[in-house]
Design a binder for this molecule. Structure first.
Ligand code: AMP
Ligand code: GLY
Length: 429
């Protein structure tokens, strides 16, 4: 039996890549490999149809069968939900190549208790904490804490809402009660973490991992609050930029040595080597990086600003990472900055909005045409018209030699996008 590697079999032919998801994050991954690969989305969105084929299959087994029949070379998973539910294990059982962590490894995001205990076991810096499903134990820990505020977290996935910063001990105890009773987050809150508050500045770092080796991408900063000056409710993210000048070589090195390396080594020892994107939420306290959380996928909108900074092949990076061969390639980034401004619909993040037609002006100015693009997220296409039909509708991305130039360009592009109720922050980056 002759075995061919994917590269050999398809020499001269484009690889076939299936991307799971349909947000701006997945759009940007596909958009930046569309010249290298033939792209399919499950499910994709109204704008991915412009350069890819959308397929409508949700069931993992059915999807894997489809991928097998259609000779998909590589599948890339965007959202955490499918990862935590084990899509990678199903695809691998079909002999398919897929980028993302196994169900076991995805617990680094799926269970904060698992993550915190893992960090403690392998001596990786994180906030002091207790994990418990017992209210009395949580109360005792809270009573002994000497500083406010106090952070209370639900164990499971809560769509970004499971972390409460309590300003008093009473509030912390009340939060513990609400979580443990199941009132606040159902099963996801039946175990809690109570931890000390870290005072510093926050960064997002992303490492592409193949179980053994990793590539660290430029550090990004996200803007989570809905309104300017970090006011209003938390959202999935209203904008981001990279690289952030808050990080120097020394800090990158500390993150590699103290967080990423021991995490990959530890996960291997645990029997669940980590493959995929390790998204590290970091608080820098007095120059030292402390792990706030792990996610096991790209951030959104961080992905939309990191993909355009890559100068080496995007598809090759994902392919090599999925075949445990990251060490064979050099992943390279441009010296530019990228700024992404999210355009959301009128009622975001509270409720859905009536779909509104999106009008995109022709981009006449050469500088803007060359240095900006749009990553589409919550959009649908009907009769050749594009409609805003999701919370975060799209991201206008600008590139430049300085953050200011990149930001000015991103905002100029925003001015050329119109739909009823559109909402942006004016102070990104
Ligand atoms: P997490 O999902 O654990 O990242 O928490 C969401 C957000 O809550 C983080 O991005 C931080 O802004 C904040 N946060 C979480 N844990 C802490 C902590 N121990 N100290 C300060 N802020 C925190
Ligand atoms: N932008 C933060 C996240 O994707 O979780």
């Amino acid at each position: 039996k002759i075995r061919y590697s994917c590269g050999e079999k398809r020499r001269g032919m484009k690889k076939k890549v299936l991307i799971i998801g349909g947000g701006g994050r997945e759009y940007s991954i596909g958009y930046f490999m569309k010249d290298e690969a033939e792209i399919y989305y499950a499910p994709g969105n109204g704008a991915t149809e412009e350069f890819a084929t959308n397929i409508d299959i949700k069931d993992f087994e059915e999807l894997a069968n489809w991928a097998k029949e259609n000779k998909i070379d590589l599948t890339i998973v965007g959202p955490e939900d499918q990862l935590v539910k084990g899509i990678v294990d199903v695809f691998k059982s079909y002999g398919l190549t897929i980028f993302g962590p196994s169900k076991e490894a995805a617990r680094l995001e799926g269970s904060k208790v698992y993550m915190k205990n893992f960090l403690k076991k392998y001596n990786i810096p994180t906030a002091r904490y207790i994990e418990t499903s017992n209210a009395k134990k949580a109360y005792d820990f809270i009573d002994k804490m000497d500083k406010l505020p106090i952070v209370v977290k639900a164990d499971g996935l809560c769509a970004g809402k499971g972390v409460i910063i309590a300003q008093s001990k009473d509030e912390a105890k009340k939060t513990v009660d609400e979580m443990l009773s199941g009132k606040a987050f159902g099963e996801a809150g039946k175990k809690v973490i109570v931890e000390e508050f870290l005072d510093g500045y926050e960064l997002s770092m992303f490492a592409i991992c193949d179980g053994k080796d990793f590539v660290l991408l430029p550090a990004a900063q996200d803007h989570k609050r809905l309104k300017d000056n970090d006011e209003g409710p938390n959202t999935g993210g209203m904008g981001a930029y990279a690289p952030t000048p808050l990080v120097n070589e020394e800090l990158y090195q500390k993150v590699k040595d103290r967080i990423i390396r021991p995490t990959l080594d530890g996960m291997k020892k645990e029997g669940s080597p980590f493959e995929g994107v390790l998204f590290i939420g970091i608080m820098v306290v007095n120059g030292e990086p402390i792990t706030l959380e792990f996610n096991v996928r790209f951030g959104d909108p961080e992905c939309e600003i990191l993909m355009p900074l890559m100068t080496s092949s995007v598809s090759d990076m994902f392919y090599k990472a999925s075949t445990n061969k990251l060490s064979e390639i050099k992943v390279e980034f441009s010296k530019q900055y990228a700024v992404g401004v999210v355009m959301a619909s009128g009622n975001y993040p509270y409720s859905s909005s009536t779909p509104a037609e999106i009008i995109l002006d022709d981009v006449k100015h050469d500088e803007i045409a060359k240095n900006t693009h749009i990553s589409f997220a919550g959009v649908s296409m009907e009769d050749d018209k594009l409609y805003a039909d999701g919370g975060r509708v799209l991201v206008c991305v600008g590139l430049g030699d300085t953050i200011k130039r990149a930001r000015d360009r991103a905002y100029l592009r925003c001015g050329q996008v119109h739909f009823a109720g559109k909402k942006i922050r004016t102070d990104i980056a």
